[in-house]
Design a binder for this molecule. Structure first.
Ligand SMILES: *Cc1c(COP(=O)(O)O)cnc(C)c1O
Length: 410
């Protein structure tokens, strides 16, 4: 056992879940084919529709996010369908691998690690497809493995009227910023309970356009558990085809209620502010952010390791001695980057504590660090935000004065 009392979870999912959301899970179970469950299903569906920016149905699957990705693939396509995959990292590659597993033909647009997909490149590939052989496009809204977030409005413009069915992995994106599924014309958008929505893992959600819904009857890939067609039939009865994780539904219901009380705009700002504070902090500590300037994610910051730095040892030290969990890099980025999530029930105080712990762990690892510089950079972001949101009465607030006079020693 370690000596600290509190664990700070700064991994990009699962995330820290707030007390009322955890408490909701201890409610006695109910009949999942009865009216009380139907009422919850209706409420969480409405809550999710608002976050998706859609009037279309949202289906709930008892699985992690990957189950949602698989469900879209098997329910919409047939073996032999040609899909255009646009991976930015591990999760984009996963979506393509699911497609290959079920016999789809996958064409890939390569993008350098840390970058977002170039909308013009996408537009050019689709323009060249004059015979409309591409039946589907696989996109990642937020690539968690590289800390990259895409401009989904710009990509929707690039796709234009090509006509391919668009599948979006927004597992670590949806809810952290504005999403307008109907307006942008995306056909299937997948998310999960354990990321921005800040509930425990256990539920994947899929929103489907009318066009995608029609495909549910035509798709020829065999599926049983992950059939969205069955999900659709049961949703009409206020049910899910199989026993749902009822307690996770209780939690999600509470989490969505917390999301609504905070207000979508404040939730978006919180993620953006934490991500900015963390980026500036790690830069002040001498790190480089892995994602390209215009492609930074608001939900996860990927940081390049310093020369000679043992990422695994640093993360282990942080976890065991300071109660702070960060993530390493995946696959070929293992040992080269580490990642800090901004999602979940974490406060500014938690962010400052995490950064302070990182500084101390670096010091103990004999890494070159000006202790305090990272925390100070983050503190400045929080003070500026604070100053910006207070109503001005001509008098400077303490936050304004502090933010303006705060000298970051160089
Ligand atoms: C977390 C995540 C997933 C799903 O992972 P699961 O472990 O199956 O929930 C998929 N895509 C992205 C971008 C993710 O961040």
């Amino acid at each position: 056992m370690s000596s600290h009392k509190k664990n700070l979870l700064f991994i990009p999912g699962p995330v820290t879940v707030a007390e009322p959301v955890l408490a909701a899970m201890s409610r006695p179970l109910i009949d999942h084919r009865g009216p009380a469950f139907a009422e919850i299903l209706e409420r969480v569906t409405r809550g999710m529709q608002s976050i998706y920016g859609t009037k279309q149905p949202v289906y709930f699957l008892g699985s992690s996010g990957t189950g949602g990705l698989e469900a879209t693939l098997v329910s919409i396509f047939s073996a032999g369908d040609r899909l255009l995959s646009c991976p930015l990292g591990g999760f984009g590659k996963r979506y393509a691998n699911i497609a290959r597993t079920y016999g789809c033909e996958v064409e890939v647009i390569e993008t350098g690690p840390g970058h977002a997909l170039d909308p013009q490149k996408l537009a050019a590939v689709l323009r060249a497809d004059t015979q409309k052989k591409i039946a589907g496009i696989l996109l990642t809204h937020n690539e968690t493995s590289t800390g990259v977030q895409q401009d989904m409005a710009a990509l929707s413009k690039a796709i234009g009227d090509h006509g391919a069915i668009t599948l979006v992995d927004s597992v670590s994106g949806l809810g952290a910023g504005e999403f307008r599924m109907d307006e942008w014309g995306y056909d299937a958008v997948v998310t999960a309970s354990q990321k921005v929505l800040a509930a425990p893992p256990g539920l994947a959600m899929v929103a489907l356009s009318a066009r995608a819904t029609k495909r549910l009857k035509e798709a020829k890939i065999p599926s049983f558990y992950f059939s969205l067609r069955k999900a659709m039939e049961f949703a009409e009865l206020g049910q899910t085809p199989w026993t749902p994780p009822v307690s996770i539904f209780f939690a999600l219901d509470a989490a969505l209620s917390a999301y609504q009380s905070e207000g979508a705009h404040r939730v978006w700002n919180r993620h953006a502010m934490y991500a900015r504070a963390i980026r500036l902090a790690v830069e002040a500590l001498g790190f480089e952010v892995f994602s390209a300037q215009s492609a930074h994610s608001d939900t996860v910051v990927a940081v390049k390791a310093m020369p000679g730095m043992d990422v695994a040892a640093l993360l282990k030290k942080l976890r065991l001695e300071r109660g702070v969990s960060l993530s390493g890099g995946q696959l070929e980025l293992k040992g080269k980057i580490f990642r800090i999530g901004t999602m979940g029930d974490v406060s500014q105080t938690d962010v400052l504590g995490m950064l302070g712990a990182l500084e101390m762990a670096m010091l103990e690892q004999d890494l070159p660090v000006h202790v305090g510089k990272g925390v100070q950079a983050a503190l400045r972001v929080f003070l500026e935000m604070d100053a910006g949101t207070k109503p001005g009465d001509g008098q400077k607030t303490a936050s304004q004065t502090a933010a303006q006079t705060m000298a970051i020693p160089s």
